[in-house]
Design a protein around this ligand. Sequence first.
Ligand code: TA6
Length: 289
Amino acid sequence: MPRVLLKHKAGATAEVYNFGATLTSYKPTPEREVLFVSHKALFDGQKAIRGGVPLVFPQFGQSKKEMAQHGFARTSHWELSDTAVTEDVVRAVFHLTDTETTRMLWPFSFLLSYTLSLTAQTLTTSLRIENKGEAPFEAQALLHTYLCVRDIGQVALRGFQHHPFVDKVAAQAVERLPTETRDSVNIAQETDRVYQTGANEITLLERGAERVKVEYTACTVNRDGSDEALPHPDCVLWNPWVQKSQAMADFGDREFEEMVCVEPGIVSEFYSLAPGQAFLLEQTIRPLG
Ligand code: TA6
């Protein structure tokens, strides 16, 4: 499958497949991989790659039954439309436009532009969704980021703890759990939470040491170029734990111990875009320690 390798002169690298514009590796140094990809992931050009940063659009989950779970962006073939190298940044831009196939699933015209910007210390991924049609449309979008961890039992996540969330495992909305009054969230069971009014900045710690920070923003860009920040995009926290891991053919039974998903997006509702308007969802992954 075609893919693009970004290499920064300082030694950082990133790897992106045209299939789904799926980022599958981000190494700030040759010795350290930040993203998790299952050793059972399929690269058959059919199934979404299990790991890295699959792109979720135009739906999160499967509210429209005729469309695949999490939409069609992550299983579409994107075109590499631009690359650039400046003093500090190595950049690649992929794009995806509507096709007869997508219009049958979702009758709207769009242009998705996905920009990956690699610096010596960070990797930023920006998903821009533009309404190219004559009618407004509503959509959801999310960056389904799989982060590598050494041992999920030693992981704490800072930034979620004071925010309300929908608990998809318990199928209930939770204002906040008493235990979350501490300064972080831990993972010790299947976890599938949609945090609303997210913190815009999540830090992952292992054994008390900060390992990676994910900063994220979302905004609407108007035809005239003005933009309106969306103050609090959502952020999904997911770990399949034992049973769900065993139920996924493209995921190892014990791989839940080596990963956690921190997924910025707009998923607790559909956002609306007028013709010519665009929506920008961006995350910066910053390895620490
Ligand atoms: O982002 C969390 C989630 O929505 C979970 O509910 C789980 O379904 C996960 O995405 C993976 O979904 P996938 O379709 O990639 O198997």
